[in-house]
Ligand binder design. Structure first.
Ligand SMILES: Nc1nc(=O)c2c([nH]1)NC[C@@H]1CN(c3ccc(C(=O)N[C@@H](CCC(=O)O)C(=O)O)cc3)C=[N+]21
Ligand SMILES: [Mg+2]
Length: 281
């Protein structure tokens, strides 16, 4: 079985971006800027945001963190977003999710300027994705598509089974696979006989959030397995797939950690540079 090394691929992409950003910054007289809004003190979110800020600095993107109190009124959070929408030094604007209880995340996401929406969550970007038009694309699914491309995994004509239908991973991932001519099935909590569906897949993409949900009896020999799961258990970080059990069944597989996660961050940087280039004309 081939291990699909997301950490290594992400490092290569970050080096490519670093070179590109140096050239662009010299040409335009300013570096790309990313604003990251973090509301409240969720420990996992704090770690993610710190990692994103570090990744930005590493490639020459200026990151500006906005840490807001958990009890911030909705209107004030919306004001912050609108203020950053109009800041010409900010190319990308990311609102770390989930928001604390009482705040309406959809209202906030709808307010982010589509041209700065580096998470690709705005209805305009999701709509354009569905139509096959150029857009800023959700980082985790876009990172997965790049990861497969760079490992010579061609999805065209293949049967891809996506497990999970979230707006941030499952749904946009299904659309991206369809755009690349895969035959796509989306499974979810109401799917009948999910094992039979997964068994029919040439490519399994698991984003359910249940540790080791995908077991060896569910996977067709030779299938490619992409594990999007990040489950914190007593045994440490565990994916949605039983990595050990799939060793001699799958032909290629992403590990957790070191698979999809690092690609998500690399894609955020790619999207920020894309938004910057677009803003600079
Ligand atoms: N607005 C918004 N955009 C996001 O993109 C977003 C978000 N909110 N909320 C949370 C999720 C989660 N997410 C991850 C990013 C990197 C890793 C990552 O780098 N994982 C490493 C290690 C992680 C670890 O050790 O804890 C790995 O898989 O190797 C994981 C998860 C982005 N998210
Ligand atoms: Mg991973």
């Amino acid at each position: 079985m081939q291990i699909i090394d997301g950490k290594k691929t992400a490092a290569i992409i970050r080096q490519e971006l670093k070179d590109q950003v140096a050239v662009l910054t010299a040409r335009h007289g300013r570096a790309p800027g990313l604003a990251v809004i973090l509301v409240g003190g969720d420990p996992a979110s704090q770690v993610y945001v710190r990692n994103k800020e570090r990744a930005c600095e590493d490639v020459g993107i200026i990151s500006k963190g906005f840490r807001l109190p958990e009890d911030i009124p909705q209107a004030q959070l919306e004001d912050t977003i609108m203020f950053l929408n109009s800041d010409p030094a900010i190319d990308g604007l990311l609102l770390q999710l989930p928001l604390p209880k009482g705040l309406d995340s959809q209202r906030c996401l709808d307010l982010i300027s589509p041209s700065k929406d580096v998470d690709g969550f705005h209805p305009v970007n999701m709509g354009r994705l569905a139509l096959g038009l150029p857009c800023l694309r959700s980082c985790t699914p876009a990172g997965i598509m790049t990861l497969m491309e760079r490992h010579g995994i061609d999805v065209s004509g293949k049967k891809a089974v996506v497990i999970g239908r979230s707006n941030i991973v499952g749904k946009p991932l299904a659309l991206m696979l369809l755009q690349k001519n895969a035959t796509v099935t989306v499974c979810h909590s109401r799917t009948r006989n999910i094992a039979a569906e997964v068994c029919s897949a040439d490519i399994v993409l698991a984003a359910v959030g249940i540790p080791k949900f995908v077991t060896r009896d569910m996977v067709k020999p030779g299938a490619v397995v992409i594990d999007v799961g990040i489950n914190r258990t007593e045994l440490g970080l565990v994916g949605d797939c039983d990595f050990e059990g799939l060793q001699d069944v799958a032909s290629a597989m992403t590990p957790v950690p070191g698979g999809v996660g690092p690609m998500t961050i690399a894609q955020l940087l790619v999207n920020t540079v894309e938004a910057y280039v677009e803003h600079m004309g």
